[in-house]
Design a binder for this molecule. Structure first.
Ligand code: GLN
Length: 451
């Protein structure tokens, strides 16, 4: 009850939530209390969990913060949330996000932006919590939820984690099931957790992962003991520092933070090696072809007939057009336009097919780098949280925010952001750890060493 009251009370200040279900929360909390009283319980028994509004929660509004899904209450539960409830998690509320997870600032949400609980020293300016999983990050940063679910398609867990001083994780592609999560760009979408410590993030990731026969890309593998990994020694681990991540115009604070991370890991007994990921410069263009292509295809299902909003037109096509025109926001329409363009008969080879080939090269870059090291260390974002409204009219500058995060989605490898310090104005900054496919254990060990 206390967590639910705090969540409801925070709405005016943060706008982190989009829906609550008091009866459901209290019933789950009561069931957890009974279990705990009997000395039973799962990994996260009784812990309040906030759920990004694109995971289906049975009977609770699930809109991906789009007008087009207005009023949609799924009669089913996503795999990730079912697994969390099976381990004793208590549903706290649905969290605000960019519409269909398209964005890096939570400003494309139909429910309005989320406000970062952090402020720069001596300033009242409201900052973005990052996006798209901004509500989840804010709810965890403000100590309202123990943990939260997010999805990371190009950085949407790691970037908001960095902006809010929380830990954000995505596993190997296919570790956490996408079943019951609203699809954005299916080959890039990775569900994962937000938490306040690396150990908690390992607990949550362990609880939500595992093979799901209902999802065709779900990995048919058991989940290793990541909780143990979060306290394992990193002595002797080889940490790669990719030179292509040194960007022109990168704030010196970010470089300093990165160097500090290197020093901490050296002190913990790691060996530091220079590595190269030569195709990094093609990552954003590749991402912004594959992502809209898949998004335009996934969003074709919103036609005003099956779910949510319908705007009646004079005939069927007119109804489709009116529903989509009114139901989708600007960024969503931009992605559909880009996606259908790069997939169109005349441009498919020049854009989409080319992007798939570059994707292969980016994957090979990682494979080569991981012959020389066990984990990569990079900054999570090129800056600390920026002020609301400063990038929302400039899609390119918004897209550039994902420069350090998109590569791990393109390659499907595990990556996490760990809070690593504050900038000169007192705002949190994050460091990113990337490991080879299936080696989340090393990611958690290195992450814990940086805490
Ligand atoms: N900002 C990126 C985009 O808009 C990433 C979003 C995400 O990871 N969901 O596509």
């Amino acid at each position: 009850t206390a967590a639910l009251d705090a969540a409801e009370a925070s709405q005016g200040a943060l706008n982190a939530f989009t829906a609550f279900d008091r009866d459901k929360t209290l019933a789950m909390a009561k069931a957890s209390d009974d279990k705990l009283a009997k000395g039973e319980g799962g990994l996260i028994e009784g812990a309040p969990i906030a759920v990004k509004d694109l995971f289906a929660v049975d009977g609770v509004s699930t809109t991906a913060c789009s007008h087009i899904l207005d009023g949609f209450k799924p009669p089913y539960e996503s795999t990730v949330t079912s697994k969390l409830w099976a381990e004793g998690g208590v549903f706290l509320g649905k969290t605000n996000m960019d519409e269909f997870a398209m964005g890096s600032s939570n400003e494309t949400s139909y429910f309005g932006n989320v406000i970062n609980p952090w402020r720069a020293n001596g300033s009242d300016a409201q900052l973005t919590p990052g996006g798209s999983s901004g509500g989840s990050a804010a709810a965890v940063a403000a100590d309202i939820a123990y943990g939260a679910t997010g999805t990371d398609t190009g950085g949407s867990i790691r970037q908001p984690a960095a902006f809010t001083g929380t830990v954000g994780v995505k596993g190997t592609y296919g570790r956490a099931s996408r079943w019951g999560a609203v699809a954005f760009a299916s080959s890039l979408d990775h569900p994962g957790p937000f938490a306040r410590t690396v150990k908690d993030s390992a607990i949550l990731m362990q609880a939500m992962s595992g093979h799901d026969p209902k999802e065709s890309t779900s990995l048919p593998l058991d989940v290793p003991d990541w909780i143990a990994a979060a306290s394992a020694s990193v002595k002797g681990k080889r940490i790669g520092v990719p030179k292509e991540y040194v960007m022109d115009g990168m704030p010196s604070e970010i470089e300093k933070l990165w160097q500090q991370g290197v020093d901490w890991l050296k002190a913990a007994g790691c060996e530091i090696v220079d590595v190269s990921l030569p195709h990094t410069k093609y990552a954003l263009p590749t991402y912004y072809i594959i992502n809209p292509a898949e998004a335009s295809s996934n969003l074709a299902r919103y036609d005003g007939m099956r779910y949510g909003l319908r705007v009646e037109g004079s005939n069927l096509t007119d109804t489709y057009e009116k529903s989509r025109a009114e139901g989708f926001g600007d960024e969503v329409q931009r992605r559909v336009l880009m996606g259908t363009y790069v997939l169109s008969a005349g441009y498919y080879d020049a854009y989409y097919l080319k992007a798939l080939k570059v994707r292969r090269r980016i994957l090979e870059d990682f494979e080569k780098a991981f012959e020389k090291c066990d984990a990569l260390l990079t900054p999570s974002t090129p800056s600390a949280a920026f002020a609301l409204g400063t990038k929302s009219d400039d899609p390119i500058s918004m897209y550039l925010n994902d420069i350090f995060t998109v590569t791990a989605n393109i390659a499907g490898v595990p990556a996490m952001s760990v809070p690593a310090g504050l900038d000169a104005s007192g705002l949190p900054l994050g460091l990113q750890i990337i490991t080879p496919a299936l080696d989340e254990a090393t990611m958690f060990s290195v992450g814990a060493a940086l805490e």
